[in-house]
Design a protein around this ligand. Structure first.
Ligand SMILES: [Zn+2]
Length: 341
């Protein structure tokens, strides 16, 4: 049995008690199983006492990021595979919707709405990411807030059909307001409309890898697609370790992380491997509700700029951290930048 299969099995999910029971069992018939489990634990670096760290996977730009590919079969396969992989790996993810994508010439597009519905049907969460993805650095508060309200109509309906209400808002480009006045206006508006902000701590360039991956697919370059996929996982592991170092430097511990991803083909194809990478690094997958229970998320943000950056970086800047704190951030490989130009 592969380590991956074992991790996905009911026994493993049942918790470390099961592993301990088998390891400590007096029956000689269990000997082989005990040796196998010990070897797996030794070589996989897994803790006997469970996953020590938490992460929430979040996906922006729902229902789908297809880079202009309007083929409904392609979009449906991408969505089905993404949603199924999340379900199989028991990842309680949340997706953030741009409702403009749910309309065609002012009319609702049932195909797009159904793709969104499949997130809820599979036990996942959805939230508001504005109607048309405006940049808050370049539009007024009035325009921006109107776009938020325009972007909640169908999402609210779908949630209501499941007996749920809308809760989370994610800022496009992670632009929260480039002045205190603008940020304050928006925060007050979100509070008045019962929205909770969905921060991001593990910011990354998944969208550049995804565009390169899609272009390689267009050219039927299977080997290049594989290289991009594996380099993507490697890059994400470096990013994870970078933000773990930042978390330790700022809070003296591993805070629960929030990973930013997009609903694209690359993530649809690689979510299982990405999940395995997080698992290998002792992470368990948790909901946004659970992550936000952590006190770290009450940290103050007192600096404003045009940036769209990790909340960890905002907290660090607010505490007066300078250049050296932010050194060694992993870079996107040059070939990915070239392919995604
Ligand atoms: Zn977005």
């Amino acid at each position: 049995m592969l380590i991956k299969d074992l991790k996905n099995s009911e026994e493993f999910i049942a918790g470390d008690d099961t592993i301990l029971r088998v390891l400590l069992h007096p029956d000689k018939a269990c000997l082989n199983m005990r040796i196998l489990l010990l070897l797996i634990l030794l070589f996989s670096g897994l803790s006997l006492y469970g996953q020590e760290k938490q992460v929430c996977f979040t996906f922006d730009d729902l229902p789908v990021v297809s880079y202009g590919k309007n083929d409904t079969c392609y979009q449906k396969n991408l969505t089905d595979k993404l949603v199924q992989s999340l379900k199989e790996n028991r990842i309680p993810a949340i997706g953030f919707v741009n409702e403009r994508k749910l309309y065609d010439n002012g009319k609702r597009n049932p195909f797009q709405v159904n793709m969104l519905k499949s997130w809820l049907d599979n036990g996942l969460e959805i939230g508001n990411h504005t109607y048309s993805h405006p940049d808050y650095n370049s539009v007024s508060f009035e325009k921006y807030s109107a776009d938020i309200l325009k972007g909640e109509v169908i999402t609210k309906e779908l949630l209501a059909n499941n007996g749920r209400t809308i809760k989370y808002f994610r800022h496009p480009f992670l632009h929260v307001g480039n002045t205190k006045a603008k940020a304050d206006s928006l925060n007050t508006f979100l509070l008045e409309h019962a929205y909770t902000v969905a921060p991001v701590t593990i910011d990354n360039d998944d969208y550049l890898f995804a565009l390169a991956y899609k272009r390689a697919q267009d050219k039927k370059e299977v080997q290049m697609m594989q290289q991009i996929g594996l380099d993507y996982i490697d890059y994400m592991e470096q990013k994870l370790k970078y933000y773990e170092r930042q978390s330790n430097a700022l809070f003296g511990r591993h805070i629960p992380q929030i990973l930013l991803l997009h609903a694209n083909l690359l993530n649809s194809d690689y979510i299982a491997l990405l999940a395995e990478m997080f698992w290998r690094n002792n992470y368990e997958f948790v909901s946004l509700d659970r992550v936000l229970e952590d006190k770290a998320y009450e940290s103050a943000i007192t600096v404003y700029g045009n940036w769209g950056i990790s909340w960890i970086d905002k907290w660090a800047l607010s505490r007066g951290e300078k250049g050296v704190f932010f050194k060694d951030e992993p870079a996107t490989p040059e070939y990915i930048k070239k392919l995604s130009e």
